[in-house]
Ligand binder design. Structure first.
Ligand code: ATP
Ligand code: MG
Length: 244
């Protein structure tokens, strides 16, 4: 189907004991979109991403990726994930890590591995053990790990934390190139200039999707000059509603 969303969630909930980490999220993301997930610490972004991937079982609700209900191992080769907390093997080299994750996702293309390493600018460190890398270099390795099997959907959980501004700009122009080629990206971030680069944003608060729209639409809704100002107003207005 031409207009089937790449990823959709329907009334998704996740409880951790008393914490309602995701509280009824329904969203639909289209092919070639860069969808930004924004929201305060603890608002449920990581939990939502993990639910989408089938890494967590929802308390209620449904996730579909490329029309298939999640969890589903068949979609593994189509999906790339960069977790917020590093998941690298310290005693393996950069290249071994990237090759391992690519292989786990069903890819055996050495050229793709080298390309992913080059993209993050780590050609010269490909043989370095991960434990000997700087924080930003680890982050870059994690991104390469999520890309090397050339997935059609990428879920990136704060991919640019600790990455220097120049490389951050490189990452974002690459994300845009991927999107133009039809790859769909979901990117969580706290950085407003990154949010500005997304096609559409979802603002989360307390497990709910508080607002959704293009950066321009969200600014306009709150009559704000900047996205930061708009977000603060969305959150302020929502907390006022909650205390009324
Ligand atoms: N495995 C878990 N067990 C218990 N509580 C959890 C677990 N994972 C997340 N939570 C809780 O769920 C809520 C949402 O957390 P989540 O990590 O999804 O937030 P986030 O929006 O990604 O925050 P941040 O911006 O800090 O990364 C928090 O209150 C957190 O403590
Ligand atoms: Mg998080």
């Amino acid at each position: 189907m031409a207009f089937e969303p790449v990823l959709e969630t329907i009334d998704l909930h996740k409880h951790f004991g008393k914490i309602h980490a995701v509280n009824g999220v329904t969203l639909s993301i289209n092919s070639g979109e860069i969808y930004g997930l924004i929201g305060p610490n603890g608002s449920g972004k990581t939990t939502l991403i993990r639910l989408c991937l089938g890494l967590l079982r929802p308390t209620a609700g449904t996730v579909r990726i490329f029309g298939k209900a999640i969890p589903n191992k068949m979609i593994l080769s189509d999906v790339g994930y960069m977790p917020q907390a590093g998941a690298l093997y310290e005693e393996l080299t950069v290249r071994e890590n990237v090759a391992f994750f690519a292989e786990m996702c069903g890819s055996h293309e050495p050229a793709w591995i080298d390309e992913a390493i080059a993209l993050v600018g780590l050609q010269d460190r490909a043989r370095s053990l991960v434990r000997t890398l700087s924080g930003g270099m680890r982050q870059r390795t994690s991104l390469a790990c999520s890309l090397a099997h050339r997935p059609r959907l990428l879920l990136l959980d704060e991919p640019t934390v600790g990455v220097d501004p120049q490389l951050r700009a490189t990452f974002w122009s690459y994300f845009r190139r991927l999107a133009v080629s039809g790859v769909t990206l979901i990117v969580s971030s706290h950085v407003m200039d990154e949010a500005e680069r997304c096609d559409r944003l979802g603002l989360m608060r307390q497990g709910r999707l508080l607002a959704e729209g293009t950066p321009g639409e969200l600014r306009k809704q709150k009559n704000a000059n900047t996205l930061e100002e708009a977000f603060l107003r969305f959150i302020e207005d929502d907390s006022e509603r909650g205390t009324r």
